[in-house]
Design a protein around this ligand. Structure first.
Ligand SMILES: Cc1cc2nc3c(=O)[nH]c(=O)nc-3n(C[C@H](O)[C@H](O)[C@H](O)COP(=O)(O)OP(=O)(O)OC[C@H]3O[C@@H](n4cnc5c(N)ncnc54)[C@H](O)[C@@H]3O)c2cc1C
Length: 426
């Protein structure tokens, strides 16, 4: 474990009892200093929140705890799988956050001592907080799909957390003979990036069409409907006729079991032996959220939509994929928007003020081919304790549009990725 910019005052080596006895969990604001905020998870949600809070409230002491020194972004990783870009283009470091006077601690948070208001790191060190932000992203539900476990993922990659898994899937496609069957298994809602499996299918189809044209791609789906469905299906008919087959839930698409030895995926209607199998499994909030006691029986974290504070534990806020965000999808765009809303709420709460009700945004771009982009956008506001779609404020790309418009949307997608990663890490 290495640490940069470590502020020794933030580390408590006392036990919870002695910390409480010493009054270390007393809000620092009461002592007229800046409030202490610890953010766990330096992805699109956590890194954004740390930076936004430091800008809004420079006297706040902000510590970001992140397990890895290199962040590998999922958006655009489907392009890596399809051989259109390098994994390096997905990777970012935290140097600029340190320069913003955020204390960046490279460690894994292993426990939350909510009573003592401290984060316990994997080496046993403790970080005290007045407010904690959990932004750990997702974990795979390894117990949800019979036959699928961590060992099986080495044969049937999920590639749903970018990095080695992304490269493994790419390598498998590269080694596959022309004429092979690629099978993608898509999970039921909710999961990270609702249009992601279909963008992936599209870009793999682009790879097959241009490099291995006798091959086929089958999507086995645990749902009957998916994000931007009409646009994807229309584009597949235009770009990849006969290449992609989508099997919805009602036609027996749900995968009930996998066998990594034979690379077979079984549904209620039969079995499919794949040359390359990409299993996108059911998911849940990142493990630390469960450990902290902020997940409910769904495996995700219920929050107040104005403050992002957990409905289960006070002083712990949850943002990004891990939280239950009502109508908002689990996307990097949404995570970034929630993070700014959460930072604004924290800046108020730390100073004893009432947070304003924010409006949040999301736009999900998908590439159906390198020069063919489609979009869904939404605006969200709290209604009855849930983020709710503002009617008429969002929408999807037109069903019929000239190819020049699709090209423009592909350009916007590229522009968005550069902008958001610049804002979060640059
Ligand atoms: C194939 C694919 C394509 C996608 N495309 C898009 C897209 O085009 N547009 C879009 O908006 N979204 C897209 N997404 C979704 C997007 O990647 C996620 O919604 C986004 O990453 C969520 O951000 P987050 O901060 O919640 O989680 P993450 O970005 O996963 O960040 C979580 C961070 O927390 C760290 N962490 C976890 N637990 C601990 C711990 N205990 N201690 C310390 N650190 C910890 C992790 O190391 C990680 O860095 C895509 C996803 C996939 C899989």
């Amino acid at each position: 474990m290495t640490r940069t910019n470590v502020n020794r005052r933030d580390f408590l080596t006392h036990t919870a009892a002695s910390a409480a006895a010493l009054g270390l969990a007393t809000p620092a604001i009461a002592q007229n200093a800046g409030g202490r905020v610890v953010v766990v998870g330096g992805g699109f949600a956590g890194a954004t929140c740390a930076r936004a809070l430091k800008r809004l409230d420079p006297k706040a002491s902000v510590t970001l705890v992140e397990a890895s020194e290199t962040f590998t972004a999922c958006p655009f990783s489907n392009g890596v799988i399809a051989g259109l870009r390098d994994l390096k283009a997905q990777q970012f470091d935290y140097k600029k956050l340190g320069a913003d006077k955020i204390t960046v601690t490279f460690a894994s948070a292993s426990q939350i001592d909510a009573d003592a208001r401290a984060v316990v790191l994997n080496d046993g060190a403790k970080l005290a907080y007045d407010r904690l932000v959990l932004a750990p992203g997702i974990d795979i539900r390894w117990d949800a799909l019979p036959g699928y476990n961590e060992a099986a993922a080495e044969r049937m990659p999920h590639a749903w957390r970018a990095g080695e898994q992304t490269l493994l899937l790419r390598k498998q496609l590269e080694s596959m003979e022309d004429g092979g069957l690629v099978v993608i298994s898509a999970p039921a809602n909710p999961f990270r990036c609702p249009p992601g499996p279909y963008e992936r299918a599209s870009l793999i189809a682009h790879y097959l069409k241009t490099r291995k044209p006798k091959s086929k791609l089958l999507i086995l789906d645990a749902k009957d409907a998916f994000s931007k469905q009409g646009l994807f299906l229309g584009a597949w008919k235009e770009l990849y006729p006969e290449l992609i087959e989508w099997v919805p839930l009602s036609k027996g698409g749900r995968v009930t079991e996998v066998d990594p030895k034979s690379n077979t995926l079984t549904t209620e209607f039969g079995s499919h032996k794949a040359a390359v199998a990409n299993v996108v499994p059911p998911q849940k909030a990142g493990r630390i959220a469960e450990t902290a006691g902020v997940t409910d029986k769904t495996g995700w974290c219920p929050i107040d939509p104005v403050t992002f504070e957990s409905k289960l534990r006070p002083n712990i806020h949850v943002i990004g994929d891990a939280c239950i965000a009502g109508g908002m999808p689990k996307s990097a765009f949404a995570a970034n928007s929630q993070a700014k809303g959460c930072a604004a709420a924290l800046a108020k709460l730390l100073n004893g003020e009432k947070p304003d009700e924010p409006k949040l945004l999301n736009t999900c771009y998908s590439l159906v081919a390198p020069d063919y982009g489609i979009t869904v956008a939404g605006v969200y506001t709290p209604v009855n304790g849930q983020w709710t779609d503002v009617k008429g404020a969002g929408g999807v790309s037109p069903a019929k549009a000239p190819r020049s418009d699709r090209q423009l949307e592909a350009n916007f997608a590229n522009g968005w990725f550069n902008t958001i990663t610049g804002e979060v890490f640059g």
